[in-house]
Design a protein around this ligand. Structure first.
Ligand SMILES: NC(=O)c1ccc[n+]([C@@H]2O[C@H](COP(=O)([O-])OP(=O)(O)OC[C@H]3O[C@@H](n4cnc5c(N)ncnc54)[C@H](OP(=O)(O)O)[C@@H]3O)[C@@H](O)[C@H]2O)c1
Length: 328
């Protein structure tokens, strides 16, 4: 194994800077992964701009990235669950590098037939959407509304809800042009929020009752509109805030329908809890991944050397699916 590796750092400008740094050694409970591909998340863009000194950012330098796929290079003390050479995918800070350290509980095996580019684009979606459904008390047969469903993780949420036998899957997009991919992913009903009233459309699709579970990726007015579109005793989970984090909600809708509101943020979840979320997602979903029923949508792939272009694509908000960087 080489002594040094290329890693991408933020905090020096609008894009990441490649540096040559020592390959880290795994500590107790950790694994070292030789990365084959890594995926971008919105958090990467937010961190880049918050640290960019030229744009009023902190200038604090950090090793970038969260999501990866590659092979186990070595394991630290106490790790017995993975063998050297095993293909894995997972989430861990500082993943935009030739090698990444991860808590052994934060990786999943890559099923046969899944390429590196798809594998690296799956873990965040799998754990977030499955974790959100679990937080909502999902059981087969329940109806699920997924807002912002064409987002990288939302689309995986649609596939997961279908795979886990949701009674009805309702998905939203602002654009009629993106309705068909949502139907192909398993949505029974697509609400085009640029043209339809969300609350009314969901009530119309559910005999006036509303969806039993809502996974909201949009926030703002969309989050507020979800409450009267949720069935009595149902659950609304705030997963993302693609629009805005502030919402004015109707407390009558909340109280009269006896709704449960939950928030999830797996990037801020304790290591052991996150391990349990990932293990549960793996157990229930990897068979569906292996059979090709749960797959991410990859928007575009760049070489590691062209990471600045990938950052530009992420910031453009034009991507439909995940942006991936490949390593040699
Ligand atoms: N809770 C967690 O642990 C967790 C983990 C990962 C991500 N997240 C959050 O989940 C959200 C989705 O992440 P992602 O990376 O999958 O997103 P993404 O792929 O960047 O989402 C892009 C899509 O979002 C929709 N969208 C963008 N702005 C919107 C707006 N103002 N109103 C409504 N829809 C909008 C657009 O779909 P249309 O054009 O089709 O409408 C767009 O195609 C983000 O807020 C992210 O921060 C949360």
């Amino acid at each position: 194994m080489a002594a040094t590796m290329t890693a991408l750092f933020g905090g020096t400008g609008p894009a990441w800077e490649a540096r040559e740094i020592p390959v880290p050694a795994p500590g107790p409970g950790q694994v070292l992964i030789r990365n084959r591909a890594v995926a971008l998340n919105n958090a990467d863009a937010a961190m880049l701009s918050a640290a960019d000194p030229a744009a009023g950012g902190t200038g604090a330098q950090y090793s970038a990235g969260y999501e990866f796929a590659g092979e186990i290079a070595s394991a630290g003390e106490g790790v017995t669950t993975v063998a050297a050479g095993a293909p894995v995918m997972g989430t861990s800070p500082a993943s935009f590098a030739a090698y990444v350290l991860a808590d052994h509980r934060h990786v999943l095996p890559v099923p046969d037939g899944l390429g590196w580019e798809e594998a690296c684009a799956l873990p965040t979606g799998l754990l977030t959407e499955h974790g959100a459904l679990t937080a909502a008390g999902f059981t087969p047969g329940r109806s699920v509304l997924i807002t912002g469903a064409t987002s990288g993780i939302g689309l995986i949420g649609v596939r997961i809800a279908r795979e886990l036998k949701a009674g009805q899957v309702i998905a939203t997009t602002r654009s009629a042009a993106k309705a068909e991919p949502l139907r192909r992913a398993g949505a029974d009903t697509v609400v085009v929020t640029g043209e339809q009233d969300l609350t009314q459309a969901v009530l119309d699709a559910t005999d006036g009752q509303g969806a039993e579970i809502v996974l909201d990726h949009v926030g703002g007015a969309m989050f507020a509109a979800c409450l009267p579109a949720t069935r009595a005793d149902g659950a609304v989970v705030s997963v993302g805030r693609l629009d805005t984090a502030a919402a004015t909600i109707d407390l009558d809708a909340l109280a009269y329908r006896r709704l449960r509101l939950r928030g999830v943020s797996f990037g801020f979840t304790r290591a052991a809890e996150l391990g349990a979320v990932i293990a549960a997602a793996g157990e229930q979903l990897l068979p569906g991944v292996a059979r090709g029923r749960i797959r991410p949508r990859v928007d575009s792939t760049y070489s590691f050397a062209n990471a600045a272009e990938a950052a530009g694509r992420l910031r453009s908000h034009q991507a439909h699916g995940k942006i991936v960087l490949t390593l040699p």
